[in-house]
Ligand binder design. Sequence first.
Ligand code: BGC
Length: 512
Amino acid sequence: MASAPLVDSRGLSSPVDGDWNPEDVSFPEQFAWGAATAAYQIEGGWDADGKGPSVWDTFTHQGGDRVFKNQTGDVACGSYTLWEEDLKCIKQLGLTHYRFSLSWSRLLPDGTTGFINQKGNCSFKIESCAALIQGVDYYDKVIDSLLANGVTPVVTLYHFDLPQCFEDQGGWRSDTTVKAFDSYAQFCFKTFGDRVKFWITINEPYVVAEFGYEKGIMAPGVKEPGVGAYLSAHNLIRAHATAWHSYDTLFRAKQAGFVSIALNSDWAEPLNPADPADQAAAKRHVAFCLDWFATPIFLDGDYPAIMKSQVSVMSKRQGCPASRLPEFTEEEKMMIKGTADFFSLNYYTTRRIKHQDNTHSQPSVTADKEAEQVTDPSWPVAAGSSWLAVVPWGLRRLLKYIKDTYNHPLIYITENGFSLSDPAPLDDTQRWEYFRLTLQEILKAIYIDRVQLKGYFVWSLLDNFEWTAGYSSRFGLFHVDFNHSALPRVPYKSATEYARVIANNGLTASHG
Ligand code: BGC
């Protein structure tokens, strides 16, 4: 078989390791092959059958050009009514696992278990309640049909779509949301946990905190630099840990499942590898993203030391009476420590990092970090996302870092992908090349670095509502025509290639 070069012309692969060629080996047996989606990004039916509003409904309906062309997820891929079409895509790929999220306010319209949106429970005036799909029934159908087709459901409880009623009470800055999340989580474990064995409590708390409550560029659009992100992250961690304990004490013995939290992170390389200041800044870049959440949850219940000292010093310089980073009580630290049954990683990109002296800056997480991101012009950028520099070898380094830092956990890559821009060609050969190089790096991580990597999920199954980029940025393995009322799904070349890899459990046919 022809072997692919390990270092391509643009340096996208990591250096050659002896004669070892990732095209020659299989993925481990039982490797989980998946694709991922999220409720708000695909479902549509934003107010169908009793669903309550979420912060993303409010944010998009307010307009104001915060989203590309003021687009919304009101219809999106229509998955709420077109689930069978999604299932066809899943089967066509031969996925072993499918990751999707539950819409909290579709299940519990006012966010609480006071009213459950289920057949037979009708809170609003409509002739025949029996004709409705309703929240619980919809997800029952999704889960049951996945299982009937031999596909393992991986369920995210919260993927950015907080019920609006909780945002009205302070959102993730408030303890009310922490308590409500636990009730919601318990409701989901109780309702679906007989069939769902892989749970992710919260998707990307970093993104929720930083973009939702610091920069305000994503819902709920709160701009509280230097304060809002730390406070909401603090509560997101507490909410995750509380829900994990609820599973552990109330459901695990009977349901025997696994619960984690999906953490996103860039990999960071010092701009000048010989400069200790840049080296330290690169470490801070990872500390203020991945370690912010992973250190308390996987190690000791507390924030990384570098983050604590950095925020404390900066706060003092700015004349704050105390550090802007909240503190966990000793009891909370004990409660948070060790609350993940596997490591769920979302990886998209790598940055070059330069030390930045922010002595006189205004409070913000970015300033606290004192690390400036520099774009490496030699890295290609995904056509549909200016932030997504394609660096497959960064994933390998990040995986090794997680192995070494977090006690060699079982890891699932629960998101990775590359966007096309609209209009997107069905022949996405170059994008598949990115996937192929990424899968090579994953094989190196597994066989050379001995990372316990158990699965890989492409973001995303379908082109969908890409948050502030609306429908202009296309991450799907299947193209969706949003101008056509039937919202037809058509495979990109990457879908066909990914199906081949899954069928072969390797990059070439010899592994089939
Ligand atoms: C999120 C997805 C998003 C993807 C691409 C991740 O941060 O979990 O919802 O679509 O990145 O931007």
